[in-house]
Ligand binder design. Structure first.
Ligand SMILES: Nc1ncnc2c1ncn2[C@@H]1O[C@H](COP(=O)(O)OP(=O)(O)OP(=O)(O)O)[C@@H](O)[C@H]1O
Ligand SMILES: [Mg+2]
Length: 190
């Protein structure tokens, strides 16, 4: 999670695409690069959601028409999910760069005295990774999942799946309003 004063390089460090120069890539791209190089499409599923929290409302950065997304917590497992948020399966690094670019274009930013492109929302990248323990079991994993969701027979033969979730957060800057010259409608609520 990147936290700190406005203009100190949070978005640069976390979200830079580095399209022309890989040494300019930020943490989000580097993390996905690493994950993609350690996964195989036949065995693993890598999916992302990209959201922003602005004025106490969660909006889908990949489908901006989805606003006020609720937060739900499974009472049994404690797992937190965001029903309705898009979850996109990442094909390769170029595909992920496209998704980040779409998200960045939809993100709230404002020109302030301290930062010409100051993030006014918190951005949350969620990466979901699933690995079937048997080889070449991704198709089976998907079909079994559908079956178990519909509560159909076949639950017992669900393959063993390892799940992992990575969250990367780029917070909106903290600053004194008088210094940044912000108006009230561009100040995010914390
Ligand atoms: N290490 C760096 N090298 C070159 N430029 C940088 C570096 N870090 C930040 N910058 C530049 O400084 C400016 C401010 O950085 P950035 O937008 O990442 O700040 P921020 O912490 O996200 O601010 P805010 O909280 O207002 O969103 C940007 O123009 C960015 O490109
Ligand atoms: Mg920022």
């Amino acid at each position: 999670m990147a936290y700190g004063q406005t203009g100190t390089g949070k978005t640069y460090t976390v979200g830079s695409l580095g399209k022309d120069d890989p040494s300019e890539r930020g943490i989000m791209v580097r993390a996905l690069e690493d994950i993609i190089s350690n996964t195989a499409p036949a065995n693993d599923i890598v999916e992302v959601s990209y959201l922003q929290l602005y004025m106490e409302s969660i909006q889908d950065l990949l489908a901006p028409e989805k606003t006020n997304i609720p937060i739900s917590e499974d009472p049994k497992t404690g797992e937190v999910s965001l029903p309705g948020a898009s979850v996109v399966r990442v094909k390769d690094l170029d595909h992920f760069l496209q998704l980040l670019q779409i998200g960045e274009a939809n993100r709230h930013a404002a020109n302030t005295k301290l930062n010409m492109e100051s993030s006014r929302s918190h951005a949350i990248l969620m990466v979901f990774i699933r690995r079937a323990v048997q080889e070449n079991a991704v198709d089976e994993m998907i079909s079994q999942e559908k079956a178990s969701r519909a509560d159909l027979p076949g639950r017992n033969s669900v393959p063993i799946v390892r799940r992992s979730k990575l969250l990367i957060v780029d917070l909106a800057g903290s600053e004194r309003i008088d210094k940044s010259g912000l108006s009230s409608d561009t100040v995010h609520l914390k």
